[in-house]
Design a protein around this ligand. Structure first.
Ligand code: ZN
Length: 326
């Protein structure tokens, strides 16, 4: 989820600042409703989420994937790089042994940004600190959303990012995760944005799951609008990020069968100017909202480790295409 997760007055200020970008409003609204349902209308649930053990061992370990989790579009072939008959079965997101062209991405560096952090729930003071994103201020980081069963977005994004890292590493890339479950909270969105430059990366992707209205489903990719304001100037990355966004939209759809979002964006694509992770990035970067965790069908898919492997495949294939076609 990349909508604002903040106190209502702050949301109002944010909306005032962003209403010039009409496309921003629906996701802010969707994110806000997701936030209200998750974090405020049921404080007890939020407390539980903040303190409980990881919510779904099966979901995290891959030990017991739900049945009947074939891709929503059975005819959609996996994209290049998928091993034959390659439904992954293992728990750990390791590279499949039949992965081909291991040196295809040698010398290239990819930053994967797993959205949020499982520890954010217990560090509200730290993550609510305001940071400068060039054209305004945003919370350092947010808790993200979760499914009704309590599978958190932060756990989802970290798992998929690790799976994508394994695939890309097998193809020869150096992969840097902005956070790898190795820090108590965050990092802040401005640090996430800097990670691409810090790693001298060629490209970056931020992985999320959305917290939209329960009736809406599907995935979408968020590309950077040009922002030249304050310390932000992302003009150099707008065009290549758009190219990356199209590749990611197509690869993710092919790998997972997930439809384009029907409640936000247009044909699976959105452009935003309010995300620090895009405003402040010096390398081509997009966000992907892999599905709507508040929707039961999407939640079922996102909780399935086999589907998450397909999601990682789609992300890895898009990055591979991006790095090998220009
Ligand atoms: Zn998110």
């Amino acid at each position: 989820m990349t909508g604002p997760i903040s106190r209502p007055p702050r949301r109002s200020a944010l909306l005032r600042a962003t209403t010039v970008v009409a496309a921003v409003v629906p996701l802010c609204t969707a994110g806000w409703f997701g936030w209200r349902a998750l974090d405020h209308s049921d404080p007890a649930a939020a407390t539980t989420a903040a303190t409980a053990a990881p919510p779904s061992a099966a979901a995290q370990s891959g030990a017991a994937p739900p049945t009947g989790q074939a891709p929503a579009t059975p005819g959609a072939p996996p994209t290049s790089g998928t091993p034959a008959g390659g439904a992954p079965t293992g728990n750990a997101p390791t590279a499949t042994p039949t992965e081909t062209a291991p040196a295809g991405l040698a010398g290239r560096t990819v930053v994967l940004d797993p959205g949020h952090n499982p520890g954010n729930f217990s560090h509200p003071t730290e993550i609510n600190r305001q940071v400068d994103v060039g054209n305004g201020h945003k919370e350092c980081d947010t808790t993200g959303t979760e499914t009704n069963a309590g599978y958190t977005e932060a756990d989802y994004t970290l798992d998929v990012s690790r799976r994508a890292r394994a695939l890309l590493t097998a193809r020869g890339a150096k992969v840097v995760l902005v956070q790898d479950g190795d820090r108590p909270w965050g990092p802040c969105v401005d640090e996430r944005a800097r990670a691409g430059a810090d790693a001298h990366a060629d490209v970056a992707v931020s992985v999320h799951g959305d917290g939209g209205p329960a009736s809406g489903s599907g995935f979408h990719v968020i590309m950077p609008a040009k922002v030249v304001a304050g310390k932000a100037d992302n003009s150099a990355i707008v065009e290549p990020s758009h190219r990356l966004g199209l590749l990611l939209r197509d690869s993710f759809h092919a790998a997972t069968g997930e439809p384009y979002a029907d409640y936000i964006a247009n044909e699976g694509l959105d452009t935003r100017s309010d995300l620090g992770g895009l405003n402040l990035s010096a390398v081509p970067k997009v966000f992907i909202e892999c599905g709507n965790m508040r929707n039961s069908a999407d939640a079922r898919r996102m909780t399935d480790p086999q589907w998450r492997q397909q999601a990682a495949q789609g992300i890895a294939d898009a990055l591979t295409a991006f790095l090998t076609t220009h």
